[in-house]
Design a protein around this ligand. Structure first.
Ligand code: SF4
Length: 444
């Protein structure tokens, strides 16, 4: 006989009480060992010190983090570590994570509850075989803990369709492992790697923070919503299957969830899940995950740019092989091109990113973005004029140089002040009281 997994879907209403209800309904801490060493994994997917930027639907609310810490303390847990490996514009930067932790009130949580917090890039890693030869370097604090509290944000995701509990664990691996996840090896694409992230974890409780959700996440350029949903389970995959459904996606169509379910011989239709909380169907809201691109003989661009009439530029749509660090500069590059448009078509410029794209015969100039693309095509016979941006990740000044060499007179200020870009998205949320800054401070 199969034993049903319990997932509690709860409406977020009040501090402490809502998280408590979610935990109690799913009995999510019943298997927490006495005097356990607990590792809490929030989702701080990105941070910058340069400007305030939208955190709603991007970063786990400190409200939910603090409420979980209170519940752990009530159970006599004193050894609690909060840990994250966030993406910053300069890999190796330690000041930005420190700023993130302090701004999010983790310093106050330390003083009030004695929790520790760590930037995982300053801590040891250990190699873990997550099955069938898939090997990743995970933060040792998390792997060696007695219990993990996994606190993802409820997001759709432009590459993995949804980003929930399993995907949140990608923030525990080192940079080399993150790049490996974007491999082009058959059977070892991003979905296959992500599907295994939870397979060798210590006992875990997952609470998906859907106070805010993110459409076309994972970052600040998505469309945030106030959703007021909490999804809790002692089984991470079950929480994710329900989370996908609440984001309006059939879990069977989310490759990493379908893979993870198949390996466990579980259905994806929620038929083995017991939900003592709110009814799922009535709370589900479709969250688009994809950015649409338009391709014609005159160009290839994201639909909003194509509609503006830009011509002569073929900026191919990102694929699964483009890793997080190249993704970070992709939006900057597109915005730079958009700003440079003055109505005169460019001269057949193709931009290729990631590891898998192939040059199109007949293009006059080909910009290869990143070390991977350069290595793949530096001698390609179809390329007439090759413009290389060899970095890993590419440097903003090199991207600017490449555009200018291709005849696209992008504004240098745009690339020099790349750090300011996230701040521009704040205007979308001005005068909307449902987006509360207080949720990202402790003690409020
Ligand atoms: S060049 Fe870009 S896609 Fe390739 S590994 Fe470096 S950051 Fe990732």
């Amino acid at each position: 006989m199969k034993i049903a997994k319990t997932v509690a879907v709860v409406r977020y209403e009040t501090p402490q009480a809502s998280v408590r209800r979610a935990v109690e309904l799913c009995r999510g801490l019943d298997h927490l060992p006495a005097r356990a060493n607990v590792f809490i994994k929030p989702n701080i997917v990105f941070w910058t010190r340069a400007v305030p930027f939208p955190k709603w639907g991007v970063i786990t609310t400190t409200r939910v983090v603090e409420d979980m810490v209170i519940l752990l303390k009530e159970r006599g847990i004193d050894d609690i570590t909060l840990g994250e490996g966030m993406v910053t514009s300069t890999p190796g930067d330690t000041q930005t994570p420190a700023h993130a932790f302090e701004t999010l009130g983790y310093g106050l949580l330390k003083r009030r509850y004695g929790v520790k917090y760590v930037n995982i890039f300053e801590r040891p890693f250990m190699t873990v075989d997550v099955g069938e030869g898939f090997r990743l370097n995970f933060n040792a604090d998390a792997i060696e803990s007695d219990f993990i509290v996994n606190l993802p944000v409820m997001k759709s995701h432009n590459q993995t369709i949804v980003s929930l509990g399993i995907k949140n664990l990608k923030g525990l691996i080192d940079i080399a492992s993150r790049k490996r996840c974007h491999s082009m090896q058959p059977g070892r694409d991003l979905h296959a790697w992500v599907s295994r992230l939870a397979d060798r974890m210590p006992p875990m409780f997952t609470l998906i923070d859907g106070i805010y959700s993110n459409e076309r996440g994972p970052g600040f350029d998505g469309k945030m919503r106030r959703s007021n949903i909490l999804i809790a389970s002692a089984d991470c995959l079950s929480a994710d299957l329900v989370g996908a459904k609440l984001l309006g996606h059939d879990p069977a169509q989310v490759p990493h969830l379908a893979d993870a379910a198949a390996r466990r011989r579980r259905p994806t239709d929620l038929s083995d899940i017991d939900n003592p909380g709110e009814e799922i169907e009535s709370m589900a809201r479709y969250h688009e995950y994809d950015f649409q691109y338009a391709t014609t003989e005159e160009g290839c661009l994201p639909v909003p740019m194509a509609k503006e009439g830009l011509k002569g530029i073929f900026y191919r749509k990102y694929d699964l092989s483009m890793c997080t660090y190249c993704s970070g500069i992709n939006g900057v590059m597109l915005s730079g091109i958009r700003q440079a448009w003055n109505g005169t078509p460019w001269d057949g410029v193709e931009v290729l990113t990631g590891k898998a794209m192939q040059p199109t015969p007949g293009m006059r100039k080909t910009i290869l973005v990143g070390k991977c693309m350069y290595r793949a095509h530096k001698d390609h016979p179809a390329i007439r004029e090759l413009i290389a941006v060899k970095g890993c990740p590419p440097k903003p000044k090199d991207l600017l140089g490449a555009l200018r060499q291709a005849g696209i007179e992008a504004d240098p200020a745009w690339f020099e002040k790349m750090d300011q870009l996230p701040g521009l998205f704040m205007a979308r949320y001005a005068g909307r009281p449902e987006f509360e800054e207080g949720h990202f401070r402790a003690g409020e």
